[in-house]
Design a protein around this ligand. Structure first.
Ligand SMILES: C[S@@+](CC[C@H](N)C(=O)[O-])C[C@H]1O[C@@H](n2cnc3c(N)ncnc32)[C@H](O)[C@@H]1O
Length: 289
């Protein structure tokens, strides 16, 4: 992040503020930290942090809207961190419905006050749409079979809980005997659909770069290959524009340079201490001009 003590920073995915607190530790009194999340519990935590630290400003919203909400900061932000996906408190809370390991209502919304829950979507979407989502966002080989089973059984047995869905997937495709639970891909796919996770990343990449100051950095941590691919392709295209421009003459404004040619991964020691860091990939982009 290359923190400047008096800089303006954004933590677009506050969670429980692990990154935010680390950033505040590196910022001086003149620094400023804008934090964002769409989860009400994350926002409650951020609000208490802001009450104790005047450098913190809180925005409850989807990060795709940040560039518009922070239009006054255009060209002034020294760094923005986006730690994608769901947080441990979300996965571990059965009432949020994210995990097939805990029984709870089949919700899966990062912001449960808006949009449609997983249960409602599965009760209303057509078979083709469900199969497409499982295939595209979960890379689930048995997408059609699972979608057919959902639609055949949902009138008599609506899917209301996480265990209902996990049991249906096992009944449709068997336990498999593989390394991962047979419901893993289905849960991931539905969660991505319910929260429009890839659309959020695309809209962020379309809009948020304008916020960066010269020398400002955008750091994105992705947890699955679909979102990492979006980030990688966009960063690579910007890097190519930069190289083409450098050959052609004066650099256009704005110009971006990829700081990480390869993603930064957690060390063996870190994944031992925190196995959830295993699949994290960090990529960094810097504004040059
Ligand atoms: C991996 S966690 C972040 C953990 C955080 N870095 C920490 O140190 O605690 C991701 C967080 O981002 C939020 N989030 C995910 N997508 C979002 C989006 N499109 N808009 C706003 N918040 C989002 C989730 O609600 C969750 O709290």
């Amino acid at each position: 992040m290359n923190v400047q003590p008096a800089g303006i920073y954004i933590d677009a995915t506050y969670g429980r503020g692990g990154h935010a607190r680390a950033l505040l530790g590196a910022l001086g009194d003149a620094g400023r930290l804008v934090v964002c999340d769409r989860d009400p519990q994350a926002i409650a935590d951020a609000t208490s942090l802001a009450a104790a630290d005047p450098r913190v400003e809180v925005h409850r919203m989807a990060f795709s809207g940040l560039a518009q909400a922070l239009a006054g900061l255009r060209g002034r932000v020294a760094g923005m961190l986006v730690d994608l996906g769901i947080s441990s408190p979300q996965v571990d809370d059965p009432s949020r419905g994210f995990s097939f390991r805990h029984d709870g209502p089949l919700d899966m919304r990062m912001d449960p006050t808006t949009g449609v829950s997983a249960a409602t979507w599965l009760a209303t979407a057509d078979e083709q749409e469900i199969a497409d989502v499982l295939w595209r966002y979960g890379e689930e080989r048995h997408s059609r079979r699972i979608a057919r089973r959902i639609v055949e059984s949902r009138t008599a047995h609506p899917l209301e809980t996480t265990f209902d869905l996990a049991a249906l997937v096992s009944a449709a495709i068997g336990r498999g005997g593989g390394r991962i639970d047979p419901a893993t891909r289905t849960f991931q796919a539905i969660r991505i659909r319910i929260n429009d996770e890839l659309g959020e990343v695309e809209r962020l990449l379309d809009t948020a770069l304008d916020l960066l100051a010269v020398g400002g950095r955008l750091l994105i941590i992705a947890f699955h290959s679909l979102e990492d691919r979006l980030v990688k392709q966009r960063f690579r295209a910007l890097e190519q524009d930069y190289r083409d421009a450098r050959r052609a003459g004066p650099l256009p404004v704005p110009t971006f340079h990829e700081v990480t040619r390869k993603p930064v991964m957690a060390s063996a020691a870190e994944t031992t201490a925190n196995p959830r860091a295993r699949s994290a990939r960090l990529r960094v982009l810097e504004r040059l001009a």
